[in-house]
Each structure stands twice: as C-alpha cells, then as structure tokens.
Design a protein around this ligand. Structure first.
Ligand code: HEC
Ligand code: HEC
Ligand code: HEC
Ligand code: HEC
Ligand code: HEC
Ligand code: HEC
Ligand code: HEC
Ligand code: HEC
Ligand code: HEC
Length: 486
C-alpha cells in the first residue's frame, strides 16, 4: 500500500509541473530536503543580503523584510515550542520542495509554498525575504509584525481561527482538492437540527463534543471548561463543524499516521489506527482513548436495550467495528457475542475505505483527496484484488443484510399484530411510557440490535459477521418473544 501511495505522490508532482509548462526535472520518490535550521540565519535587523554558508546556493537575506510580515524565526523568541515543532513539519520546508524540482522561482507555484507572496511586505525571493520562505506562521495567522513588536497589546494579537478556510487558501484546486472535498462532506457544517440549539445557548455540553468543532477544540484539545453559551447568537456559517484543525495539528508532526510516505506525517491529532479489546460497558464504548481518530466521535453513546424512549444514536461505527455494544449495568451479559471485524487489519482502519487518495486523471477528472470521507473502492484493492470484486462482495452482503432486516421487521410486526401493541420506540411512533413498560425484554433487545447494527454497520462492511449474527439473534428473539405484560 505504501509503495502505491508513493507512486501517487510522484505522479501528482508530474502533473503540477506539466500544468506549469515548465521543464520536468523530477526525482521520483526523492525525500523532501528537510529544513536545515542551522543555516537559516534570519536576523531580522540585517539590511544587507546575508549570504548563508552553503557554497553553491543563491544568496539568502532579509533586506526586504520591512512590511507587516516579520517571519517565523522572530516568533520563536516567545513561542519557542510551537516554532520548534512547526520547524519539523513539511510546511516549514515547502519552498525547498519546489527548489528540489527546479521550481523555486516559478511564480505560479510559490504563492502557496511561502508567506504573503504577491502581497505588500510578503515573500519576494530568497535574496531579500528569506525569512518568509515556506508555509510560515504568518501564512495561517496573518501578518504579525505589530504583534511581535508589541506583544503585550492584546488588541494586536492574532486571532485563533480553526476555520477550514485558513487551510483552504492553499489546499485547494484540482491538484489537492482537500478543501473542496471536505466542503462537500457532512463534516463541513454543523447538523442543522443542532444549529438553533447551540445558538440558543443549549445542548453544547452534551452534543458539542462530536457536533461542534468550536467545542471540541476548546474542551477536548485544549482541555478548557466550556460554557454552553459559547456559540450563543451565532449563525450556521459562524459555527465550525469538524474542520481541518480538529483532525490535524497545524503545528507539529505527531507520529499518528499509520502509513505515511517518506518524509510525511499528516499531522493527525489522534492515532489513525488503534486496537482495543471489545468491552461492553457504557463507560468503555464512549471512551475516546480506546479508539482511533475517527472513533473520537463515531462511537456509541449511553443508550442501552432497556431504554424505551428513543433508539441508540447512529454514531456507533467504531464499536461495531470492534464488535461491542453497551450493556446496562444490571444486565452486563452481551446480547451479541463480541467479535472483531474481518476488516480490523485494514492498514489505516477507517481511512483505508473512507479517506482514499487518487491522482489527477490528466485533465479529465479532478484528483480525489479522500476528504469527502465517502467510501472509495480503490481502498479495497490491496486485499480484494480489484474494485469490481470488492463492489460485488459488498453488493452481495448488502442484499443479504436487507433480507435479514426484512425478516426481522416481519417477525417484530407479527408480534405486534398478535398482541395489538407496537414494538417501536416512542420516538419512532411506538407506544407511550405505559405501553413501553409492557413490552418484553426479547422485543426490546431485538429492536435495539436492529438500530444498532444498521446505524453502525456500514451496510455490513464494518463487521460483516457481527452484523449478520446480530440480526439472526434479533430475529430469534422476536420470534420467541412472550406476550406483553398485562
Ligand atoms: C515578544 C514576544 C512575542 C513574539 C515575538 C510573538 N508573540 Fe505571539 N504572543 C505573545 C504573547 C505574550 C501572547 C499571549 C499569550 C497568552 O495569552 O497565552 C501571544 C499570543 C499569540 C497568539 C495567540 C493569540 C490568542 O488569542 O491566544 C498567536 C496566534 C501568536 N501569538 C502568534 C505569533 C506569531 C505568528 C508570531 C511571529 C510572527 C508571534 N506570535 C510573535 C508574545 C509574542
Ligand atoms: C493553490 C496552492 C498551490 C499552488 C499554486 C502550488 N502548490 Fe504545490 N502544494 C500545495 C499544497 C497544498 C501541497 C500539499 C499537498 C498535499 O500534501 O496534499 C503542495 C505540495 C507540493 C509538492 C509535494 C508533492 C505533493 O504532490 O504532495 C510539490 C512537489 C509541489 N507542491 C510542487 C508545486 C509546483 C511545481 C507548483 C507550480 C506549478 C505548485 N506546487 C503550485 C499548494 C500549491
Ligand atoms: C498551517 C497553519 C498554521 C501555521 C503554519 C501556524 N499556525 Fe499557529 N495555529 C493555527 C491554528 C489553526 C491554530 C488553532 C488550533 C490549535 O491551537 O492547534 C493555531 C494556534 C496557535 C497558537 C495558540 C494556541 C497554542 O497552541 O498555543 C499560537 C500561539 C500559535 N498558533 C502560534 C504559531 C506560531 C508561532 C507559528 C509558527 C512557528 C504558527 N502558529 C504556525 C494554524 C497555524
Ligand atoms: C500558504 C499555503 C498553505 C496553508 C495556508 C496551509 N498549507 Fe498545508 N501545506 C502547504 C504545502 C505547500 C504543503 C506541502 C509541503 C511540502 O511537501 O513541502 C502542505 C502540507 C500539508 C500537510 C502534509 C504534511 C505531512 O507531513 O504530510 C498537511 C497535513 C497540511 N498541509 C495541513 C494543513 C492544515 C490543517 C492547514 C490549516 C490549518 C494548512 N495545511 C494550511 C500549504 C499550505
Ligand atoms: C459521541 C459523539 C456524538 C455525540 C455526543 C452526539 N452525536 Fe449526534 N451524531 C454523531 C455522529 C458521528 C453522527 C453521524 C452518524 C451518521 O451519519 O452515520 C451523528 C448524527 C446526528 C444526527 C443526524 C442523524 C439523525 O439521527 O437524524 C442528529 C440529529 C444528531 N446526531 C443529534 C445529536 C444531538 C441532539 C446530540 C446531543 C444530545 C448528539 N447528536 C450527540 C455523534 C454524536
Ligand atoms: C475527519 C478528520 C479529517 C478532517 C476534518 C480533515 N482531514 Fe486531512 N486527513 C485526515 C486523514 C485521516 C488523513 C490521512 C489520509 C491517509 O492516510 O491517506 C489526512 C490527510 C491529509 C493530508 C495529507 C495527505 C494528502 O492529502 O496529501 C492533507 C494535506 C490534509 N489531510 C489536509 C486537510 C485539510 C486542508 C482539511 C480541511 C479542509 C482536512 N485535511 C480535514 C483526516 C482529516
Ligand atoms: C470531531 C468529531 C468527528 C471526527 C473526529 C470524525 N467525525 Fe465523521 N462525522 C462527525 C459528525 C458529527 C458527523 C455527522 C454530521 C451530521 O450528520 O450532521 C459525521 C459524519 C461522517 C460521515 C457521513 C455519514 C453519513 O451519514 O453520510 C462519514 C462517512 C464520516 N463522518 C466518517 C469519518 C471518518 C472516516 C473519520 C476519521 C477519518 C471521521 N468521520 C472523524 C464527527 C466526526
Ligand atoms: C486489510 C484487507 C482488506 C481491505 C482493505 C478490505 N477488505 Fe473486505 N475483507 C477482507 C477479509 C480478510 C475478508 C474476509 C474474507 C473474505 O470474505 O474475502 C473481507 C470480507 C469482505 C466482505 C464479505 C463479508 C462477508 O462475510 O460476506 C465484503 C463485503 C468486503 N470485504 C468488502 C470490502 C470493501 C467494500 C472494501 C473497501 C471499501 C474492503 N472490503 C476492503 C479484507 C479486506
Ligand atoms: C472495509 C471498508 C470500511 C472500513 C474499514 C470502514 N468503513 Fe465505514 N463504511 C463502509 C461502507 C461500505 C459503508 C456503507 C456504504 C457507503 O457509505 O458507501 C460505510 C458507511 C459508513 C458511515 C455512514 C453510516 C453507516 O454506518 O452506514 C460512517 C459514518 C462510517 N462508515 C464510518 C466509519 C468509521 C468511523 C470506521 C472505522 C471505525 C469505518 N467507517 C470503517 C466501509 C468501511
């Protein structure tokens, strides 16, 4: 898989160069030259070109550094940790990447590989504005000389912005459409039902952990205590959902990627893969520390089969993947025996199927960044041989699951007809609290399994045998359920 991805990377370099009309000078698979801090002697007071110590390179200096931009080196005086971490990322060496393929002076390219190119005070060239080479601090935070020179003035501090538009200025267009793809995903907007609630200052503490990037950033990433009124009065456009900076650490290599290509890291905030023993307690199923990046939010909540008012939340994908289900404390025995997915060893777990990347198809279709998070059958090829085989397998499984669901629903309906009592949850048109109290445990278990494995099962793909067996057990329960209590 990693060899295949390396090929994708070099092929995208090729199309970029082709697009620029420049002479292709390509070192396929060549690792990015790391930013060598020892010779970036960026003393911001120099008026002359400061030649660096390497013999065969053009002069480097900062005589043109007189405007609103001041350069990342200066930030390190006070933000030493952030700077040291950032210096290790590919952002820091983004101009070297262009230089390595002879494109370091191509104006088509350098806008996204430097700070402020084309703007007053922004990057011009190595000789006059070397401190602005690469994707430096001010590429994301905006020009910050005034802040750096007046650090105590709160009104001049850069605002912290977790919006995807910060990254979208560069991670865009046909070569790397991360922004466009993300914008088309459900991660891009706060669930419409929740917008008015967050705006009214309610529900953020209970629902924000997974539905609000603003809440997730402060409460989970920064560990702050967050008031429910954080988003009061805001519109949907002003609220951040699951933005780039929620999954990615903008400042640091994290070592969390399962299979990074040479020199890469992806800067993921949480491990891309995690293995965990299935555990069926309410506390465990929603404990993010047991799960991978996606499982921080795509995990079950506290509803169990004994609940009557509404069905389980449709977010239990990671639990189905591991083959676990929350059980009430009074009945800890799992209804469906735990078993991990046949797909547990997919090299990037969820991302294998949901964050698949594809190269530009020579002017015909845009590149696929994987950031729609939709299933891409390209991710199945490594194990199933071809996309067609995987598609056919999935179609067969889906057909099987559909039949099992129909049989289960028929068994539940038959029970309802015989006893003149709806089997559904109250929220789904089922009986009220008094009626719910009469429904026997068998029916409650069966309907719980139905909702749980359908919401979390990925049409069966997340854990084929667990979903299959769950539906089988549910059907048996429904067929053997006793009459309702009087
Ligand atoms: C002379 C010291 C100094 C320098 C130089 C400096 N900063 Fe700061 N910066 C501060 C202080 C002090 C704060 C406030 C810290 C706090 O509230 O925790 C701050 C806060 C920030 C914040 C967060 C604002 C917030 O709302 O919390 C950002 C972003 C930031 N600086 C970026 C930069 C960048 C980019 C540079 C370089 C261009 C830079 N700083 C240079 C001292 C400095
Ligand atoms: C719109 C902004 C933008 C422009 C213009 C741009 N790049 Fe990039 N470039 C990026 C981004 C963003 C990445 C990181 C891609 C990723 O990791 O998904 C990148 C990555 C690269 C890489 C690393 C290999 C790769 O494909 O990930 C090379 C090489 C590169 N660019 C060359 C060029 C060349 C040559 C040009 C001019 C023809 C150019 N870029 C113009 C934004 C841009
Ligand atoms: C790729 C974009 C990007 C770059 C480059 C970047 N930042 Fe940030 N920075 C962000 C985002 C987004 C946040 C808010 C999310 C977070 O805190 O991780 C942030 C938060 C901060 C904060 C406040 C929170 C904290 O972590 O303390 C400071 C201070 C800061 N950045 C300073 C810097 C400095 C200094 C540099 C350069 C050495 C830099 N940033 C480079 C995007 C960036
Ligand atoms: C000024 C343009 C620019 C901005 C703004 C920008 N990036 Fe990048 N980003 C790049 C370029 C160019 C590269 C490729 C650098 C290289 O390969 O040399 C890159 C690479 C990356 C990578 C790949 C790192 C790796 O180790 O594989 C990630 C992840 C990334 N950016 C995330 C972000 C996020 C998140 C933001 C916003 C918080 C952001 N970027 C903002 C231009 C930008
Ligand atoms: C553990 C994380 C998590 C928490 C906490 C959470 N949700 Fe969700 N929710 C999700 C995920 C993930 C989805 C998307 C599932 C899918 O589309 O397959 C979702 C989907 C939804 C949907 C759309 C699907 C549907 O059922 O119609 C609504 C509405 C919703 N959640 C409301 C809420 C409310 C209200 C709260 C707070 C009481 C809440 N959620 C708390 C993770 C969570
Ligand atoms: C829900 C989590 C999530 C969000 C939100 C997200 N990413 Fe990613 N991103 C990932 C994962 C996972 C990978 C690693 C993919 C892989 O292993 O192939 C990745 C990889 C990347 C890479 C490096 C690989 C590449 O595409 O060349 C870049 C650059 C990147 N993301 C940029 C962004 C930007 C920009 C945004 C916002 C517009 C964003 N991401 C939003 C999860 C996320
Ligand atoms: C910070 C929380 C969070 C993280 C992390 C996260 N998601 Fe999501 N995801 C959500 C929420 C919330 C929704 C549903 C939004 C809605 O329906 O309004 C969602 C929706 C989705 C959907 C669309 C489901 C549908 O019904 O169409 C997919 C697919 C998805 N996420 C996959 C992933 C993958 C893969 C990852 C890891 C790379 C991931 N998510 C990481 C919160 C998250
Ligand atoms: C890490 C390797 C791996 C990847 C990647 C992978 N699979 Fe599988 N898959 C397996 C194994 C192993 C089995 C069990 C043996 C079999 O049925 O072929 C399996 C079984 C299946 C089944 C049959 C389940 C059943 O019992 O009926 C389906 C459907 C399926 N995979 C779909 C997919 C799809 C769709 C993708 C990509 C989106 C994919 N797989 C990616 C390894 C993988
Ligand atoms: C073997 C490939 C594969 C893996 C691995 C995988 N998924 Fe899926 N996922 C699917 C398929 C197939 C679907 C259903 C059909 C579709 O969306 O195209 C799906 C659907 C989803 C949905 C939409 C709601 C649903 O359940 O139908 C979400 C959300 C989701 N997956 C999240 C995840 C998360 C989180 C992980 C990791 C724990 C994961 N997926 C792992 C293949 C996979």
């Amino acid at each position: 898989m990693s060899g295949y991805k390396r090929w994708l990377r070099s092929s995208s370099i090729l199309s970029l160069i082709a697009a620029s009309g420049a002479i292709a000078f390509l070192m396929a698979g060549c690792p990015i030259v790391p930013n060598d801090n020892s010779n970036t002697n960026t003393n911001t007071n120099t008026n002359d070109n400061t030649n660096d110590n390497s013999s065969n390179e053009e002069p480097k200096g900062d005589s043109g550094l007189t405007g609103a931009y001041i350069g990342s080196e200066r930030c390190s005086l006070c933000h030493n940790n952030v700077h040291a971490n950032w210096a290790e990322t590919l952002h820091a060496g983004a101009l070297e990447t262009l230089e390595a393929i002879g494109q370091g002076k191509n104006s088509v390219c350098i806008g996204c590989h430097t700070v402020g190119f084309g703007q007053p005070g922004g990057f011009v060239d190595r000789a006059t504005t070397n401190a602005l080479a690469g994707v430096g601090c001010e590429a994301c935070h905006g020009p910050a000389r005034s802040h750096a020179e007046n650090a105590n003035d709160e009104s001049l501090r850069p605002t912290i912005n977790i919006s995807a538009s910060v990254c979208g200025t560069c991670h865009t267009d046909e070569h790397h459409p991360n922004f466009e793809d993300w914008s088309a995903s459900k991660h891009a907007a706060v669930e419409p039902e929740l917008v008015p609630r967050f705006a009214a200052g309610t529900s953020l503490g209970t629902c924000g952990k997974c539905h609000s990037g603003d809440y997730f950033y402060r409460a989970i990433i920064k560990g702050e205590t967050v008031s429910d009124t954080l988003l009061s009065g805001k519109t949907s456009e002003e609220m951040n959902a699951i933005t780039c900076a929620i999954c990615h650490n903008p400042h640091a290599k994290t070592g969390n990627a399962a299979e990074p290509e040479d020199g890469r890291d992806y800067q993921l905030r949480f491990p891309q893969i995690a293995f965990t023993t299935p555990t069926n307690t309410i506390a465990a199923v929603q404990d993010g520390s047991r799960f991978n990046l996606c499982g921080q939010c795509h995990h079950a909540r506290d509803r169990v089969w004994t609940d009557s008012s509404r069905e389980p939340h449709p977010s239990d994908q990671v639990n189905v993947f591991f083959g676990e289900m929350p059980m009430p404390a009074a009945f800890p025995e799992p209804i469906v025996p735990s078993r991990a997915s046949v797909h547990l060893n997919a090299p990037e777990q969820c991302s294998t199927c949901h964050v698949f990347r594809k190269p530009l198809e020579e002017g015909i279709a845009p590149a696929v960044s994987g950031h729609t998070f939709e299933v891409n059958f390209g991710g199945c090829v490594g194990c199933h041989g071809t996309e067609e085989i995987a598609e056919a397998k999935l179609a067969a499984l889906e057909a099987e699951i559909e039949i099992r669901v129909e049989r289960l629903r028929a068994a539940l309906d038959a029970w309802s007809d015989t006893h003149s009592l709806e089997w559904e949850y109250t929220s789904e048109g089922g009986p009220n609290a008094a009626g719910q109290a009469r429904i026997p445990a068998e029916i409650k278990k069966a309907r719980y399994i139905l909702y749980y494995v359908i919401a979390g099962g990925g049409n069966g793909a997340h854990n084929p045998d667990y979903v299959r067996e769950g539906l089988q057990i549910a059907e048996e329960l429904a067929l053997t359920a006793p009459a309702p209590a009087p």
